[in-house]
Design a protein around this ligand. Structure first.
Ligand SMILES: NC(=O)c1ccc[n+]([C@@H]2O[C@H](COP(=O)([O-])OP(=O)(O)OC[C@H]3O[C@@H](n4cnc5c(N)ncnc54)[C@H](OP(=O)(O)O)[C@@H]3O)[C@@H](O)[C@H]2O)c1
Length: 179
């Protein structure tokens, strides 16, 4: 069994990798920082004697996503979308670029790659997609409503995807984090 972790250098991504490596899964680490990913990969290989591959993945380079997925050495059984960007609410209120970055990473990037993975899992009639969302998406808060609204959109996407893929034996899990 293989798990693909998108955003693998986050603390949560690394913890997920450890838990699944300990269970004997092959691990695919995907993210922008290949150097850090190699360090994590070596640690996992030594600790758990498991197969670990690393891939470059940029959530906002949408046009690269199909090629990224096609080039995976094997197709995953579980794909977990961990990457995210909290950003700076006060900056985002004044600066469109920061607002757009928050929306692009948390929503558009996730939708772009999960559309591709969902199609593959649907054809294979198996798999689990896990999206890490946030309670910040449950209601808008003064301190982080731009991030929260992007996570709300992501949660709505995941619930629709769950209803679609249920018919193909594919599970879609929304993790609504509150840390
Ligand atoms: N921590 C919390 O309290 C909390 C609460 C609720 C929800 N969450 C959600 O949980 C997830 C993980 O949170 P965290 O606190 O562990 O995150 P984090 O430490 O801030 O790490 C964010 C991760 O996203 C990756 N990332 C950012 N932009 C990217 C891009 N364009 N392409 C690919 N990867 C990109 C980062 O990779 P780089 O190293 O390349 O930047 C990093 O691996 C996120 O989705 C977050 O929104 C976290």
């Amino acid at each position: 069994m293989t798990i693909l972790i998108l955003g693998s250098t986050s603390d949560i991504g690394m913890s997920i990798a450890q838990i699944f490596a300990a269970k004997g899964f092959s691990i695919q680490l995907a993210g922008r920082n290949l150097k850090n990913q190699e360090i994590v990969a070596n640690d996992l290989r030594i600790r758990y004697n498991t197969e670990v591959e690393t891939y470059f993945f940029d959530a906002i380079n949408y046009n690269s996503h199909l090629n990224f997925y096609q080039k995976l050495a094997s197709k995953p059984d579980i794909a977990v979308c961990v990457f995210g960007y909290l950003g700076e609410q006060s900056t985002a209120q004044q600066n469109w670029e920061e607002t757009e970055k928050i929306i692009d990473i948390n929503y558009k990037g996730a939708v772009s790659i999960l559309n591709i993975i969902a199609d593959d899992f649907e054809k294979r009639k198996s798999g689990t997609i896990i999206g890490i969302s946030s309670v910040a998406g449950d209601r808008g808060r003064m301190s982080n409503y731009i991030y929260g609204s992007a996570k709300a959109a992501f949660s709505a996407y995941l619930s629709g995807l769950r209803n679609r893929l249920f018919h193909s034996n594919v599970h879609v899990v929304t993790v609504n984090l509150d840390l």
